[in-house]
Design a protein around this ligand. Structure first.
Ligand code: CP
Length: 349
């Protein structure tokens, strides 16, 4: 065994000391120590990914990515991570033109549009692929129903990775934790991190902002969350995330003032998200809110700008910030591959 292989086995062993789970659904599953160990493994993968690509560590394994919704980064980074680890990636476009239309409710008479029940689909896919990775968005931001990812979690026979659901984008959160740690020189414990709501013409789900909150709390940040009235994040999920504060030393301040939240922050993370309002109410409300677009003035005393991408230029953030020296959106997106590889290696090495 090469030195690199042995280092990878040691790093995987450290993750498994803290986490033996096979579900990565909301990102809190590995716990504080498991998350730290996953980030350490991701750093090792990132530093040696070309060499790792020649080792074929997961040769003979397969990962199925089932996409009910579009993706650029998630799909490509999953395929890159899987291939570089030596495994095969099977990309499945779910629904029309892809797989059969799927049913998720139990006890239904399937005489409508759905041709296949997840109770069969999930174990069948598990018989071909060692890991199932699933993306399924909600239909409305107030829709808390995670029935697709939860059903795969229930019926799959092997590990299941959430590639974004109604309330969680855990791989994005893990990549964001890695990016924040990079900005902080290895850790962002005790550092001010700003998560700010930003305007968007659509009512987007809360999966990304909730995952940013979880990542910031798991890393022990001094998190300042700025959003207008009516756009507070899901109360139950916020309670679950903040229950980790006593273990990590994280602090949370919620404010209606984005300038105060951004002032002196290690990173200003902008994201549009929706609420229970109708689209018409949202559009009317956004027009009354003043300037929540992140510009150079808001970034004056902040170190870095972050966004998960795709981003609406000059709506969420100005060109000057996005194209300027403080923007970290490209390395942030690049960090998706190593964290997903870390999960695959933890489950399959
Ligand atoms: N950030 C993110 O998940 O990007 P995609 O929707 O392109 O996968």
């Amino acid at each position: 065994m090469s030195t690199l292989e042995s280092r990878l086995h040691t790093a995987v062993g450290k993750v498994r000391e803290h986490w033996r789970g096979t579900r990565f659904i909301d990102g809190l599953e590995p716990g504080v120590e498991g998350t730290e160990a996953l980030l350490e493994l991701a750093r090792l993968y990132r530093a040696y990914k070309l060499e790792i690509g020649r080792l074929g560590l997961l040769k003979g394994r397969a990962v199925a990515g089932l996409f009910f919704d579009p993706s650029l980064r998630t799909h490509t980074s999953m395929e890159a991570a899987t291939g570089r680890c030596g495994a095969q990636f099977i990309h499945l476009k779910a629904g029309q033109g892809g797989t059969w239309t799927m049913e998720f409710e139990d006890g239904v008479v399937m005489n409508g549009a759905a041709q296949e029940h997840v109770r069969e689909a999930a174990p069948v896919l598990s018989s071909y692929a060692d890991v199932l990775a699933v993306r399924a968005f909600p239909h409305h931001p107030a829709d808390r129903d995670e029935k697709v990812i939860r059903a795969f979690g229930r019926y799959a026979m092997g590990p299941v990775m959430n590639l974004e659901s109604a309330l969680s984008h855990p791989c994005q959160g893990l990549a964001d934790g890695l990016t924040l740690a990079d900005l902080g020189g290895g850790s962002f414990k005790g550092r001010k991190v700003c998560l700010t709501w930003a305007p968007h013409p659509r009512q987007l789900p809360q999966a990304v902002p909730l995952s940013v909150v979880r990542a910031a709390i798991m890393g022990g940040a001094d998190l300042h969350l700025a959003c207008p009235e009516g756009y507070d994040l899901d109360e139950e999920e916020m309670e679950r995330a903040t229950s980790f504060c006593p273990y990590t030393g994280a602090k949370l301040t919620v404010t209606r003032d984005p300038d105060a939240a951004a002032d002196g922050a290690l990173a200003v993370y902008a994201k549009g998200w929706g609420s229970a309002m109708s689209l018409e109410e949202h559009t009317a409300r956004v027009a009354t809110l003043g300037n929540w677009t992140v510009g150079t003035e808001r970034m004056r005393n902040a170190t870095a700008f972050m966004h998960c991408l795709p981003v609406r230029r000059n709506v969420i953030v100005t060109d000057a910030v996005l194209d300027g020296p403080k923007s970290r959106v490209i390395p942030q997106a690049a960090n998706r591959e190593p964290v997903q590889a870390a999960l695959l290696l933890t489950w399959l090495l």
